[in-house]
Design a protein around this ligand. Sequence first.
Ligand code: UZR
Ligand code: MG
Length: 214
Amino acid sequence: MSETSHQCVIIGIAGASASGKSLIASTVYKELKEKVGDHQIGVITEDCYYNDQSHLSMEDRVKTNYDHPSALDHNLLCDHLEQLMKGEAVEVPQYSYNEHTRLQESTTMTPKKVIILEGILLLTEPRLRDIMHASIFMDTPLDICLLRRLQRDVAERGRTMESVLIQYQKTVRPMFMQFIEPSKQYADIIVPRGGKNRIAIDVLKAHIAKLLRS
Ligand code: UZR
Ligand code: MG
């Protein structure tokens, strides 16, 4: 971690699917926004950087292993973070879980003092690890993650219970074991239980505030 003043602090939150990454990111975002100002903090989701698959048929898109690092355009994500750190705005892609591809529209992200990055495979990529000023791993028990994923994917991502369970056994769990769990070693902070862990939220907020002052 650099001792010089930070123009832009990038905090990564990794962990299993449905482990509470988005929840802790949005909680820290909402609470810090009140302190550092509306335009000074932003959240970027790794999911927005799934590869563009618009050239593939739907039949082929569903064959992709979305829990493998190769499903993600980490180079574009790193390029965007570096641009933001230089004070340039970027166009964050929008991704559709129903269409399994990038949408035509994008979202403009202006430079911020704090960017919270959240995603399952962030800590598997050395270039991303270098860019982050601090990283968190959500160490939520896998049975809790599966329960939450079932509820969420059926309610919000247009899935059936059966398809969630098949995908879980086919890719989600094996890729967690192969890539996500081993990437925990690179985290600075390991958070047990999930996104509602109040002490973890407060530690994160205090750390970001310190980085911003340094
Ligand atoms: P979170 N995912 C899909 O199911 N379809 C897609 O087109 C893109 C991603 C899933 C992905 C991963 N995998 O487990 C999850 N599968 O989104 C990551 N299978 O999102 O961290 O919000 O759970
Ligand atoms: Mg999420």
